[in-house]
Design a protein around this ligand. Structure first.
Ligand code: FES
Length: 137
Protein backbone atom coordinates (compact mmCIF):
# COMPACT_ATOMS: atom_id res chain seq x y z
CA UNK A 1 0.00 0.00 0.00
CA UNK A 2 1.24 3.45 -0.88
CA UNK A 3 -1.00 5.46 1.41
CA UNK A 4 0.48 8.45 3.17
CA UNK A 5 -0.68 9.14 6.66
CA UNK A 6 -1.57 12.79 7.11
CA UNK A 7 -3.86 12.36 10.04
CA UNK A 8 -5.50 9.52 11.83
CA UNK A 9 -7.54 8.78 8.69
CA UNK A 10 -6.16 7.05 5.65
CA UNK A 11 -7.89 5.43 2.78
CA UNK A 12 -7.02 2.37 0.88
CA UNK A 13 -5.71 3.14 -2.55
CA UNK A 14 -4.75 1.57 -5.77
CA UNK A 15 -1.08 0.98 -6.44
CA UNK A 16 -0.09 4.45 -7.70
CA UNK A 17 -3.04 6.69 -6.83
CA UNK A 18 -3.06 7.43 -3.19
CA UNK A 19 -6.11 9.12 -1.84
CA UNK A 20 -5.39 10.95 1.35
CA UNK A 21 -7.56 13.26 3.36
CA UNK A 22 -6.32 15.94 5.67
CA UNK A 23 -8.70 16.18 8.56
CA UNK A 24 -9.12 18.99 10.99
CA UNK A 25 -8.51 18.32 14.62
CA UNK A 26 -11.81 17.31 16.15
CA UNK A 27 -13.65 20.10 17.92
CA UNK A 28 -13.81 19.85 21.67
CA UNK A 29 -17.13 18.65 22.93
CA UNK A 30 -19.37 21.42 24.25
CA UNK A 31 -20.51 20.50 27.76
CA UNK A 32 -24.18 20.33 28.73
CA UNK A 33 -25.78 21.69 31.86
CA UNK A 34 -27.07 18.74 33.95
CA UNK A 35 -29.48 21.15 35.69
CA UNK A 36 -31.07 22.41 32.46
CA UNK A 37 -34.25 20.41 33.02
CA UNK A 38 -34.41 21.17 36.75
CA UNK A 39 -34.82 24.95 36.70
CA UNK A 40 -37.50 26.68 34.66
CA UNK A 41 -35.18 29.66 34.10
CA UNK A 42 -33.54 27.56 31.41
CA UNK A 43 -36.69 27.91 29.31
CA UNK A 44 -36.40 31.70 28.99
CA UNK A 45 -36.73 32.67 25.37
CA UNK A 46 -35.02 36.05 25.51
CA UNK A 47 -31.32 36.69 25.84
CA UNK A 48 -29.63 39.49 27.68
CA UNK A 49 -27.52 42.26 26.26
CA UNK A 50 -24.13 41.40 24.79
CA UNK A 51 -21.66 41.77 27.63
CA UNK A 52 -18.58 40.84 25.63
CA UNK A 53 -17.82 39.50 22.14
CA UNK A 54 -15.87 36.50 23.41
CA UNK A 55 -16.25 33.74 26.02
CA UNK A 56 -14.59 33.66 29.43
CA UNK A 57 -12.52 30.73 30.67
CA UNK A 58 -13.22 29.73 34.26
CA UNK A 59 -12.20 26.78 36.42
CA UNK A 60 -15.35 25.16 37.80
CA UNK A 61 -15.69 22.61 40.60
CA UNK A 62 -17.59 19.38 39.95
CA UNK A 63 -20.93 19.21 41.75
CA UNK A 64 -20.99 22.86 42.81
CA UNK A 65 -23.98 24.92 41.66
CA UNK A 66 -23.26 28.21 39.90
CA UNK A 67 -25.51 30.99 38.59
CA UNK A 68 -24.59 32.27 35.17
CA UNK A 69 -25.64 35.82 34.32
CA UNK A 70 -28.06 35.89 31.40
CA UNK A 71 -29.03 39.56 31.56
CA UNK A 72 -25.49 40.77 30.86
CA UNK A 73 -25.57 43.40 33.61
CA UNK A 74 -23.71 41.58 36.40
CA UNK A 75 -20.46 43.15 37.61
CA UNK A 76 -19.10 39.64 38.33
CA UNK A 77 -19.23 38.28 34.79
CA UNK A 78 -19.80 35.65 33.69
CA UNK A 79 -21.57 34.83 36.95
CA UNK A 80 -24.62 36.50 38.48
CA UNK A 81 -24.20 39.13 41.22
CA UNK A 82 -27.92 39.83 41.72
CA UNK A 83 -28.09 42.96 39.55
CA UNK A 84 -31.17 41.54 37.77
CA UNK A 85 -33.12 42.02 41.02
CA UNK A 86 -32.82 45.83 40.84
CA UNK A 87 -36.41 46.86 40.15
CA UNK A 88 -35.30 50.13 38.57
CA UNK A 89 -33.38 48.32 35.83
CA UNK A 90 -36.50 46.38 34.78
CA UNK A 91 -34.54 43.28 33.80
CA UNK A 92 -36.70 40.33 32.78
CA UNK A 93 -34.00 37.65 32.52
CA UNK A 94 -33.13 35.40 35.43
CA UNK A 95 -29.74 33.73 35.96
CA UNK A 96 -29.15 30.18 34.78
CA UNK A 97 -28.22 27.73 37.50
CA UNK A 98 -25.79 25.11 36.36
CA UNK A 99 -23.26 22.58 37.50
CA UNK A 100 -20.46 20.57 35.90
CA UNK A 101 -19.57 16.91 36.23
CA UNK A 102 -15.81 17.37 36.11
CA UNK A 103 -13.52 19.91 37.78
CA UNK A 104 -11.66 21.70 35.00
CA UNK A 105 -11.61 24.87 32.91
CA UNK A 106 -14.74 25.72 30.93
CA UNK A 107 -15.53 28.39 28.37
CA UNK A 108 -18.60 30.24 29.60
CA UNK A 109 -20.59 32.39 27.21
CA UNK A 110 -20.08 36.08 27.80
CA UNK A 111 -22.04 37.35 24.80
CA UNK A 112 -25.22 35.98 26.44
CA UNK A 113 -26.53 34.70 23.11
CA UNK A 114 -25.46 31.03 23.31
CA UNK A 115 -28.00 28.31 22.56
CA UNK A 116 -26.26 26.04 25.07
CA UNK A 117 -26.50 28.10 28.25
CA UNK A 118 -24.15 28.76 30.00
CA UNK A 119 -21.44 27.31 27.79
CA UNK A 120 -20.04 29.02 24.71
CA UNK A 121 -21.26 27.37 21.50
CA UNK A 122 -19.56 29.75 19.09
CA UNK A 123 -22.57 32.01 18.56
CA UNK A 124 -20.37 35.00 19.45
CA UNK A 125 -18.60 34.61 16.09
CA UNK A 126 -21.68 35.80 14.23
CA UNK A 127 -21.29 39.13 12.49
CA UNK A 128 -24.10 40.91 14.32
CA UNK A 129 -22.56 40.02 17.68
CA UNK A 130 -19.04 41.01 16.64
CA UNK A 131 -20.38 44.35 15.44
CA UNK A 132 -22.67 44.98 18.41
CA UNK A 133 -21.99 47.35 21.25
CA UNK A 134 -21.13 45.65 24.50
CA UNK A 135 -21.70 46.33 28.17
CA UNK A 136 -18.03 45.65 28.84
CA UNK A 137 -15.80 48.61 28.06
S1 FES B 1 -19.39 33.92 24.10
FE1 FES B 1 -21.49 33.60 23.74
S2 FES B 1 -21.52 31.92 22.37
FE2 FES B 1 -19.41 32.26 22.71
Amino acid sequence: MLCRIISSRTTSCSAYKCATFATKASKPEIPKNPLASVYSANNQTTNGTVYDRKPFKLTLQAGKTYSWCLCGKSKSQPLCDGTHKDIYLKISQKPIRFTVEETKEYWLCNCKQTKNRPFCDGTHKQKQIQESTTVRV
